[in-house]
Ligand binder design. Structure first.
Ligand SMILES: Nc1ncnc2c1ncn2[C@@H]1O[C@H](COP(=O)(O)OP(=O)(O)OP(=O)(O)O)[C@@H](O)[C@H]1O
Ligand SMILES: [Mg+2]
Length: 312
């Protein structure tokens, strides 16, 4: 597969801080690539370098086989950007805002009208066309921000944390909209620090920390990096310590602890982990109140690679 975007050895420093540190990656046509990283990991700086909005110290950026430069308007016209900070006009209505941004690229009025209606349907703003930005909730405003960035049907779409601080309904609408854009053939870069979103919609993920790539791959592939793949918590009011030693010997047990009435066990990959645990509890007549099991998330991947939580 041929990459539609190529970034090689990109470094961007602010004084002594390396915000982006020798970063190289590609984006392939038709995929949703997630840039996942905590606050300050360099997601926005990477995007701004990619768009030639920032000067950088070293690196080569090619988009659609051409070198990206501040005055390469041919490439720029094929990219739709949704910035992290809301960028709409307060004095224009929803419809007028989208019309303005779409009009920067689409001159034909009939075509523009059709494009605007399509994007309004995509983000679910039909009932708010005549509203001014200040009359919209945070989630609706984010949806307007997105509509303005993508109404001209660009081939490449870059979304920088488009779901920060939005309600669940808007979040779902936005995520479903992005998946529809991929279905129509767009190539999408999606930055976020919400790993659930990445797991839901991204074909490939790059995990960033301190301007460097920690790991990359498909969400499932990344989870393979983690030594454990199942966590089980059992609420037990009283547990004799001898059981901890016995449980440690159960097949595939990786780590075990008992704190505040919760027995937490992580298992390595393997079959029947939960069943083996339940059998032990039953045999030893250990009474438990609650039991819940969860599988590995990208947060666990981040934790394993850095020793800290993605959400920090
Ligand atoms: N204009 C600037 N001047 C100095 N330092 C900056 C500037 N812009 C960003 N930084 C620093 O560069 C690093 C990367 O910032 P960046 O905004 O790219 O991170 P991010 O991953 O987008 O974070 P967030 O999730 O908070 O949006 C941070 O340490 C940030 O403080
Ligand atoms: Mg950012």
């Amino acid at each position: 597969m041929k990459p539609i975007i190529e970034i090689k050895n990109l470094t961007k420093s602010y004084q002594t801080l390396k915000a982006v540190d020798d970063l190289s990656f590609c984006v392939y046509e038709g995929e949703i690539l997630g840039l996942l990283g905590p606050n300050g990991s360099g997601k926005t700086t990477t995007i701004n370098c990619l768009l030639s909005l920032l000067n950088y110290q070293t690196g080569m950026i090619k988009i659609l086989n051409q070198e990206m430069k501040p005055d390469n308007y041919n490439i720029k016209s094929q990219i739709g950007v949704v910035f992290q900070d809301i960028s709409v006009f307060d004095e224009l209505t929803v419809l007028e805002n989208i019309d303005y941004f779409c009009g920067l690229y689409i001159n034909d009025r009939k075509k523009r009208k059709q494009y605007i209606q399509e994007v309004i349907d995509l983000v679910g703003l039909e009932d708010f066309k005549k509203f001014y930005p200040k009359e919209l909730s945070g989630g609706l405003l984010r949806r307007l921000n997105i509509a303005c960035g993508i109404s001209h049907k660009p081939r490449i779409i870059i979304l920088d944390e488009p779901t920060v601080a939005v309600d669940p309904q808007s979040r779902n609408q936005i995520l479903e909209g992005i998946e529809k854009l991929r279905e129509k053939g767009a190539t999408i870069i999606y930055t976020t620090h919400y790993m659930e979103e990445v797991e839901k919609i991204c074909d490939r993920v790059i995990i960033l920390d301190k301007g460097k790539i920690l790991a990359s791959g498909t969400p499932d592939g990344l989870k393979e990096l983690v030594k454990t793949n199942e966590k089980v918590n059992v609420e037990i009011l009283k547990l004799d310590l001898k059981h901890l030693d016995n449980l440690k010997k159960l097949k595939n047990v990786h780590e075990i602890k008992y704190q505040k009435n919760i027995l937490s066990i992580t298992f390595k990959k393997g079959k029947n982990n939960l069943a083996n645990l339940l059998e032990y509890l039953k045999e030893e007549k250990i009474k438990y109140l609650n039991i819940y099991s969860s599988t590995v998330t990208l947060n666990d991947v981040f934790l394993e690679l850095t020793g800290k939580e993605l959400r920090d």
